[in-house]
Structure formats: structure tokens, C-alpha cells
Design a protein around this ligand. Structure first.
Ligand code: SF4
Ligand code: SF4
Length: 224
């Protein structure tokens, strides 16, 4: 899904790949401004049924989501690149999701067919031939921490454990941050339907604690 842009935009990586003349598949982590992402090299040429689509959108993979930024993602963006957040809000249509338990901004995907199903959809931030337009630190949490269902079957147990450890740590960090934000952000004193009010309050909260880095670089071998 998620990882095409960075792969394509790096001529260095492409060169290395061509020089080696191999098809090494890897799952690995990258950090951008302290924010991690789990990457899989095969996303640039997704061959998984999960990534199929009906409109021939090259390399869409599984980027069919209505991209959703919960309060954790919003706080990260406020801390790291508030201008980017403001630009996204100006440029794209969004909906606010607000309940006692959950607050998020959703950017609905583009739907090409009559039915609003994943086969017909492409995320608003997906760019043909390039992939995700967002920098790593601005991608929603789920886009940064999902393990491709394709790759799972090919991993050795110890490699899978390493990846689970990374994902579990990322989830724990997110949950603790959400708790902290909720304690400080008093929704009853603001209008949550006004995202700019929420952003202002998020600005007043101290920056989130950085997440401990876990470096992963796992070679994925085909099963015979
Ligand atoms: S289904 Fe797997 S390989 Fe395909 S785009 Fe999604 S994460 Fe990447
Ligand atoms: S935000 Fe980026 S990574 Fe996530 S679904 Fe959209 S295009 Fe893919």
C-alpha cells in the first residue's frame, strides 16, 4: 500500500536494486522526524488480491482507504508540521468524526464505481505511478504500522516476532499518547466540530514523547 512513494522517489534505491540484479524482498523500518514506518519492498509492484482494483490504477495496492487522522496523528502533525496539516485541510474535503471515545478527521477516498467498496476506491493521497504523496511522518498511524498480509506467510517465526514487537510498541506509544491528550484536551470547553479549535488546543499541549527506535531489516525468502 503505503510505501510506493518513498521507494520510487529514491533513484539511489532503484540503482542499488538494478545493480544487484536481484529481487530481494525486504521488510524494514524507516524513521522520518522520529516517526516510524514499516515498509515492504513489494508494494511498488503489488501482486496481492488484497491490492486488486477495478479501475486499472497502476500500483494502487491497498491504498484504498478513507484516510483517517485520529487525535494521535493530528497531535503528531501539529508538533512536526502544522503547515502541512493546514494545507491538507484547505485542499481536501474532510469529515469530522466525533464521539465520546473517538475523534478523527476523515478524508474520503475517491470512488470510481457505483459501489463504495475497496475495489472501486483510491485514497485521496495516492498519486498514480508514485504512491502516497504524504511524507512518512504525516501518514496515518494505520498506514505506517500495518504488516502486509502477503508477507506474513513467508516470515520465519523469529522475524515475525521482531515485527510484532515493533507494531506492539507503536500501538502502546499511540495508546499512551491518546490517554495523555484526552486528559489535557477538554472537549466540553471547545467546539470539536471546528478543527481549528482542536488544533489550537493541541498546540498548547506539550509535544508527545518520542518513540524508542526499533530497527528492522528482514529478508523475505520465497517458500519452496
Ligand atoms: S497488499 Fe501488501 S504488497 Fe500490496 S500494496 Fe498492500 S502492503 Fe503492499
Ligand atoms: S494515506 Fe498514503 S499510505 Fe495511507 S492509504 Fe492513503 S495513499 Fe496509502
Amino acid at each position: 500500500m503505503l510505501f510506493l512513494f518513498d521507494f520510487y522517489k529514491s533513484p539511489f534505491l532503484i540503482l542499488v536494486k538494478m545493480k544487484r540484479g536481484d529481487k530481494m524482498k525486504r521488510v524494514y523500518t524507516e524513521y522520518d522526524k522520529g516517526i516510524p514506518i514499516l515498509k515492504f519492498t513489494e508494494c511498488s509492484n503489488c501482486s496481492m488480491p488484497y491490492g486488486e482494483h477495478s479501475n486499472n490504477i497502476i500500483n494502487r495496492g491497498c491504498c484504498w482507504y478513507d484516510a483517517e487522522f485520529d487525535i494521535y496523528d493530528l497531535k503528531n502533525l501539529v508538533d512536526i508540521d502544522i503547515d502541512l496539516l493546514n494545507n491538507l485541510l484547505k485542499k481536501y474535503t474532510y469529515k469530522i468524526k466525533n464521539s465520546d471515545l473517538y475523534y478523527a478527521i476523515e478524508f474520503p477516498a475517491i470512488c470510481y464505481g457505483k459501489d463504495n467498496v475497496k475495489h472501486n476506491k483510491v485514497c485521496i493521497f495516492f498519486e498514480k505511478y508514485k504512491g502516497c504523496k504524504l511524507p512518512i511522518y504525516a501518514k496515518p498511524f494505520i498506514c505506517r504500522t500495518a504488516l502486509c498480509p502477503q508477507v506474513r506467510l513467508y516470515l520465519l517465526p523469529e522475524d515475525y516476532r521482531q515485527i510484532r514487537n515493533f507494531i506492539n510498541k507503536a500501538y502502546r506509544h499511540r495508546l499512551m499518547a491518546i490517554e495523555e491528550i484526552k486528559q489535557k484536551l477538554n472537549f466540553s470547553s471547545i467546539k470539536p466540530d471546528n478543527i481549528y479549535e482542536v488544533i489550537n488546543v493541541l498546540k498548547s499541549i506539550s509535544p508527545l514523547k518520542p518513540i524508542d527506535e526499533i530497527r528492522i531489516n528482514i529478508l523475505v525468502k520465497n517458500k519452496n
